[in-house]
Design a protein around this ligand. Structure first.
Ligand SMILES: Cc1cc2nc3c(=O)[nH]c(=O)nc-3n(C[C@H](O)[C@H](O)[C@H](O)COP(=O)(O)OP(=O)(O)OC[C@H]3O[C@@H](n4cnc5c(N)ncnc54)[C@H](O)[C@@H]3O)c2cc1C
Length: 466
């Protein structure tokens, strides 16, 4: 026993350290229960979801967990190797709170895995005999390898368990696919959060807090904790899910490319197409001031501000402003094209181009001759930008629609598309932020939250009418 004592202490401390490691390394798969199942699956940007129904007392489930986690590492969390594609979740059916939920999905054995678009799980039920369901049972996922094989078959992909970040990026980088922009709706939020964070770092709360009551009815003055960035430091401008920690449309094929600067461009363009004639000049000066004050890239600031300063007459209509921004972006692209080529710093999957390329918008070009790629039909370019950064950017919302009634679907989708041509952001809220030259950031989130609550109201309304 004299000999065993130190071993016992040693093993206890070993166990403690394993526990600590466990506590420090949370699971990759997200555990859901009946209270958050619908909301998490409704809000996720992922294209697919896997739900593992298990019971915490079931030994087979405990043994399966490391397999499931090995796959979840690839897809879940801010450091995911392939983020934003598949949300991997689990539900403990042995908890009373989940009994109904597990019944609705006909859970007959543990662990049981279901696969489908996340929105199809929301307020849904499933049974194995159901025809035409978009939810499928994963019948061959007993090991991590087999589960990933099954996923690869579904997605036509070739992911591997030992993939590290930025491998296989070529698989989902198709820049000439107009639908790709739909994923940027999440980047607009990510960029807004980052922009807001930069503003707080540099300006502090006082200058932003002009009339914060107006800015957000949900934020109580003084209730947020005071940190380095003042009382707004903890304010989640785009809701609790943002920042997600990764980019979707703006994900580069290397860590150091794209990201925020791409997200910022998308944010600027998507706001420009939502501005009225009357607001076009104000939007222009706000963008110029923001870049000048807060874009922490000296060369970018100076170059962009030079372009801002060369505008001598105020913008009177939205089209001129939208096209000015497009043109300014292309000037940056052209400059960087040469620079990146000589320095070899380009992202191989996203080299700078004069934009939009012919594949995206053939009618934007005046001639059929591909050598004359600098002769634009500006009216067509304007039309394209309105569609691309307006309706197409928000089209993911249509896809994720949880209401199955076709008519209601249509009404909501039309609303979203119509908002591409109108100022849909509350001007009162904008004022507080505009003072600190970041109106557009807050506007973007307001815009999406406005859409969300609108949709919710529609949903409630339709519910009442059933
Ligand atoms: C205001 C501003 C000024 C910048 N200035 C500089 C600079 O001086 N030097 C520097 O090194 N970097 C600068 N950057 C960063 C640089 O422009 C890119 O954002 C960065 O290199 C990432 O490039 P990207 O390939 O992701 O595409 P980005 O140029 O970031 O574009 C993002 C997406 O916008 C779309 N797009 C491309 N061109 C246009 C267009 N003309 N109109 C509408 N949409 C378009 C494409 O879908 C593209 O994928 C600046 C960024 C901003 C926001």
């Amino acid at each position: 026993s004299v000999i065993s004592a130190p071993i016992a202490i040693g093993s206890r401390s070993l166990l403690r350290s394993i526990d600590k490691e466990k506590a420090e390394k949370p699971d990759f798969a997200v555990e859901l229960n009946a209270t958050d199942f619908d909301s998490v699956l409704k809000e996720t940007p992922a294209t697919y979801a896997i739900v593992e129904f298990f019971a915490h007392w079931c030994p087979a489930c405990r043994n399966y967990k490391p397999h499931y986690e090995k796959v979840a590492r690839l897809f879940n969390g801010a450091d995911a190797v392939h983020p934003g594609l598949i949300l991997m979740t689990r539900v403990d059916c042995a908890l009373k709170i989940n009994t109904n939920l597990c019944d609705k999905f006909s859970v007959g054995h543990y662990p049981m895995l279901l696969w489908g678009p996340p929105s199809k799980f929301v307020s849904a039920s499933w049974n194995p005999k159901q025809e035409k369901s978009e939810i499928h049972s994963i019948d061959d996922g007993r090991t991590a390898d087999r589960l990933l094989n099954w996923i690869n078959k579904q997605m036509n992909s070739s992911y591997r368990l030992d993939d590290e970040k930025y491998e296989n990026e070529h698989l989902h980088a198709n820049t000439s696919d107009p639908g790709q922009i739909a994923r940027a709706i999440y980047d607009v939020e990510e960029a807004t959060f980052t922009a807001f964070d930069i503003i707080l770092e540099h300006k502090g709360t006082a200058e932003i807090l002009v009339d914060f009551d107006d800015f957000s009815a949900n934020t109580k003055k003084g209730s947020a904790s005071v940190g380095d960035k003042g009382i707004l430091g903890n304010y989640q401008i785009c809701g609790k899910d943002v920042p997600r920690g990764y980019w979707m449309f703006c994900r580069g094929s290397k860590n150091e490319t794209r990201g925020f600067s791409c997200g910022l461009w998308v944010l600027l363009h998507s706001l420009s197409v939502r501005v009225d004639d009357g607001e076009s000049h104000m939007a222009f000066t706000t963008i110029c001031d923001f870049i000048h004050n807060f874009f922490i890239c000296e060369e970018c600031r100076q170059h962009f501000y030079g372009m801002c300063s060369s505008v001598s007459n105020p913008f009177k209509n939205a089209q001129d402003f939208v096209l000015w921004l497009w043109d300014a972006h292309n000037k940056v692209n052209k400059r960087l094209m040469k620079e990146e080529e000589s320095l070899g710093t380009a992202d191989p999957n996203f080299p700078k181009i004069v934009w939009p390329p012919r594949q995206l918008c053939p009618s934007c070009y005046l001639t059929k001759n591909s050598k004359k790629d600098n002769e634009w039909d500006r009216d067509e370019v304007y039309k394209f930008l309105i569609g691309y950064y307006g309706g197409t950017l928000t089209s993911l919302y249509k896809d994720k629609e949880i209401i199955t009634d076709r008519k209601i679907d249509g009404v909501i989708a039309e609303d979203l598309v119509a908002s591409a041509n109108a100022v849909v952001v509350p001007v009162g809220a904008a004022l507080a932020i505009a003072v600190a030259s970041c109106a557009f950031g807050a506007l973007a989130c307001y815009w999406r939250q406005h859409q969300k609550s609108r949709k919710y109201k529609h949903y409630l309304h339709s519910f009442k009418n059933i």
